[in-house]
Design a protein around this ligand. Structure first.
Ligand code: ADP
Length: 480
């Protein structure tokens, strides 16, 4: 079984969120399951630097307006990667947006080139994939481009990590990106008069997966589908949710080099040293009896941080401490900075992205707060449980699938600051009961979120797809 795994992010070289973590961890887990998996990745400098045994597969003097070539090489993990090296497209500070936070004006070309090259790779190499597995809107055009080629073609899988990002572009780009008219219609790549890259993927992929079972249901019902719920319902039979795992080597409190003191579930008292060090980093005087709530996240409304800003003062007035590492919407950043000014010595805010600090927070905080309006899977709550920090989450998406209220964390229902506040008060009351809190920590640390189970599910899905002749016929009849 040969699978080309296409992703625009891969930790630690290029990552803005959970997609990078998944792309780094799932393919090695698939390899362990016996799948012959290779990467298709963008030629960002950080990746090119580490690519070993590199050779040029094919060169294009002009490709979607830029000079490009496909390289083959080996990543430090030993997996083979094909890389679309197009410096004009991918050597930029800012993967998707510029310094002002605006989409790069040529994003339609940057991502179309990536998808076209992934779909065409088989024409240039002897290794022929049975399946191309793409991720998010960045890879949405791959299934569409496959349909422009003569049959038989690899089957396609598209995983939605976040349906809120859809890659929408003005209608005229269809000519620039070589999207034929027979793919551009309401049942295809067109979305309310625009070219929808994600929509194309959802329309033409043989299977659509998303990163938790609950999110797979939610995106087919109302608002969570971000306008695509109705369309997804028509594709329901092809959709399934497979929960992400986490990399338990990188996220391991027993061996983590970024934290003050290593520990495991048997000696949780050692964890205290991490809390003390963390509070010091945030200039909060150490108060062992006070619960420390924390956030590590992109800051936006989807993640529900406006609710948290409303809920926090009552909690802080009761003496809790709060720290945050994150960046994103300016209003939210400013709101949290203002909160720190209002509660000096009690609240600490770091605006930015800091991988090492995120580990320190997981190891030192008592509770990790994720008040998400929607959360496709969420990795942070799983890291939290592995590190004995209890997740406090809203009952949505992957949070609903991983956190059990009162057993390994705290769950609230409505998108409402009052509800969140009540859950935080509940956590504060529980924290006073040291024995109960410790039991919950141990139970949280017992949860298994390894990639093996998920990789097995993906492998089953691939196997289902490789007897795909009938599907080709079905697809052609849909297009006719
Ligand atoms: P999403 O993909 O929606 O951003 P996830 O919970 O799935 O959310 O994954 C977020 C990933 O990004 C986690 O690995 C988390 O630790 C990391 N992360 C988010 N914000 C920061 C930050 N400011 N600094 C360091 N790591 C961060």
């Amino acid at each position: 079984m040969r699978v080309l795994f296409a992703a625009f992010e891969i930790y630690p070289y290029v990552k803005t969120g959970g997609l990078g973590d998944v792309a780094a961890a799932l393919p090695p887990a698939l390899k362990e399951q016996g799948v012959d998996v290779r990467f298709f990745l963008p030629g960002v400098p950080e990746l090119l630097e580490v690519l070993g045994d590199r050779e040029t597969v094919v060169e294009f003097p002009v490709y979607f307006g830029a000079k490009a070539r496909i390289l083959k090489g080996t990543l430090p993990t030993g997996l083979i990667a094909y890389i679309l090296d197009a410096p004009d497209f991918y050597h930029r500070k800012g993967l998707y947006v510029d310094a002002q936070g605006l989409d790069w004006p040529d994003n339609h070309l940057r991502f179309a080139a990536f998808c076209r090259a992934a779909a065409d790779l088989q024409d240039f190499v002897s290794w022929k994939p049975d399946i191309i597995h793409g991720n998010d809107w960045h890879c949405g055009l791959i299934p569409a481009y496959l349909l422009t080629k003569s049959a038989p073609q690899p089957a396609s899988v598209l995983t939605i990590h976040n349906i809120a990002y859809q890659g929408l572009f003005p209608t005229h780009v269809q000519h620039q990106i070589g999207l034929p008219a027979f793919l551009y219609h309401m049942e295809g790549a067109e979305f309310y008069g625009k070219v929808g890259y994600l929509k194309a993927g959802l329309a033409f992929a043989d299977r659509i997966t998303t990163v938790s079972p609950t999110y797979a249901r939610e995106i087919q019902q109302g608002e969570q589908g971000c306008g695509l719920d109705g369309f997804l319902r028509t594709r329901s039979a092809r959709i399934c949710g497979i929960l992400n795992g986490i990399d338990t080597d990188i996220w391991n409190p027993e061996s983590d080099q970024d934290i003050e003191r290593n520990y495991d579930a048997q000696n949780l008292e050692k964890r205290e040293a991490n809390k003390t060090a963390l509070l010091k980093l945030f200039n909060i005087p150490s108060q062992k009896d006070k619960p420390l709530f924390a956030v590590v996240s992109r800051l936006n409304l989807q993640k529900g941080f406006d609710l948290l800003l409303d809920a926090l003062p009552a909690l802080l007035d009761q003496g809790a401490n709060f720290i945050l590492l994150g960046s994103g919407d300016r209003d939210l950043e400013e709101g949290f900075i203002a909160l720190a000014d209002d509660y000096p010595g009690q609240v600490g805010i770091k605006i930015g992205y800091d991988e090492a600090l995120s580990h320190k927070i997981q190891a030192g905080a008592d509770a990790i707060v994720m008040p998400s309006r929607s959360e496709p899977c969420g990795l942070v709550q799983m890291y939290a449980m592995r590190y004995g920090a209890l997740p406090l989450v809203r009952n949505t998406g992957g949070l609903a699938d991983t956190v059990e209220d009162g057993v390994i964390g705290f769950v609230f229902e409505e998108e409402d600051a009052e509800e969140l506040s009540k859950a935080m008060m509940r956590a504060m009351a529980t924290y006073k009961n040291k024995k109960l809190w410790r039991e919950m920590q141990k139970e949280a640390m017992r949860q298994s979120f390894t990639w093996n189970d998920s990789a097995r599910r993906y492998k089953e899905l691939y196997e289902e797809l490789t007897g795909k002749e009938e599907e080709d016929e079905d697809r052609l009849s849909r297009l006719a």
